[in-house]
Write a protein that binds this ligand. Structure first.
Ligand code: BG6
Ligand code: MG
Length: 224
C-alpha cells in the first residue's frame, strides 16, 4: 500500500501544548476543590473541552453540582488561561523532527492534515509558522463525534480524497489511537509504549525525533 497522506493530532504531537492543557485544567480543578494528576490527565488527552470538564467533575464527585451556565463559564475560564499560555509559543517550540518531516512530505507530494479536537488549532499552527505545510485542518465542529470515534480522521481523509487504508495517523492520546484504528488507518503512537499499544497503536515511538517519510512508509507496508 502506497502512503498517500499523514493525519496528525496536534496537542502533544506537533508541540507540547498537551502540557499547557494540563496546567490550565489543573488550575481550574483546584479552584473547584478537585485534585487531578498526570495519570488522570491521560484520560483528558484528545477529548473536547466540555467533555474534559465533565470528566473532571465526575472525578471530583461533582457531576451534578453545577448548572450548564456555570459549566460554560468554567470552560471559558480554562480556555482563557490556556490561550494566555499559548502567547509564549514560538516556531522553535515545534517538536524535534516535525518541521523536517512536513518539508520532506511536501517534497514527496504527501499531504499533511490536522485532526485535532482543539478549536485553538489554527492559532497554534500560525504561532509555530506551520500553517502552509498542512493541506487541511479538520474543524472539530464539522463532525458529530469526537475521539475515540473515527470521525475527525475520516473527515480529514475524505477532504483530501485519500482512502483511509493509505493514511497514517499520528497520536499521543489513547482516545486518538482508538480513533485512528476505528478509521481503518495505521496508527503511530508518540509517548508511553504500554498504554498506546494497549489502545491499538501499530508502532510507538518515545518522541517525534524518529518520524520521517521512510519510517512511515515502512510502517504502512508492514502493518497494512
Ligand atoms: C485536544 C487536547 O487536542 O483538544 C485536549 O488533547 C483538549 O486536551 C481538546 O481539551 C480541546 O481543545 P480546545 O483548545 O478546543 O479547548
Ligand atoms: Mg494529543
Amino acid at each position: 500500500m502506497e502512503l498517500k497522506a499523514v493525519i496528525f493530532d496536534l496537542d502533544g504531537v506537533i508541540t507540547d501544548t498537551a502540557e499547557y492543557h494540563f496546567i490550565a485544567w489543573k488550575q481550574l480543578a483546584e479552584e473547584l476543590g478537585i485534585a487531578i494528576d498526570r495519570a488522570f490527565n491521560e484520560q483528558l488527552k484528545g477529548i473536547s473541552r466540555m467533555e474534559s470538564l465533565e470528566r473532571i467533575l465526575i472525578h471530583g464527585g461533582k457531576a451534578d453540582a453545577y448548572t450548564p451556565e456555570e459549566k460554560e463559564d468554567m470552560a471559558r475560564r480554562k480556555n482563557e488561561h490556556y490561550v494566555s499560555l499559548l502567547e509564549r509559543l514560538k516556531p522553535e517550540d515545534t517538536y524535534p523532527g516535525i518541521r523536517e518531516l512536513l518539508l520532506e512530505m511536501q517534497r514527496e507530494g504527501i499531504p499533511a492534515v490536522i485532526a485535532s479536537a482543539s478549536k485553538n488549532a489554527p492559532q497554534i499552527l500560525h504561532a509555530l509558522e506551520l500553517t502552509e505545510l498542512f493541506s487541511y485542518v479538520v474543524p472539530p465542529d464539522s463532525v458529530k463525534r469526537g475521539k475515540p470515534a473515527p470521525d475527525l480522521f475520516l473527515r480529514g481523509a475524505e477532504e483530501i480524497g485519500v482512502p483511509p487504508k493509505a493514511c497514517i495517523g499520528v497520536e499521543d492520546a489513547q482516545a486518538g489511537i482508538e480513533a485512528i484504528k476505528a478509521a481503518g488507518m495505521t496508527a503511530v503512537g508518540i509517548g508511553e509504549e504500554a498504554a498506546l499499544t494497549a489502545s491499538g497503536a501499530d508502532v510507538v515511538l518515545p518522541d517525534t525525533t524518529g518520524l520521517n517519510v521512510a519510517f512511515l512508509r515502512k510502517t504502512l507496508d508492514f502493518k497494512s
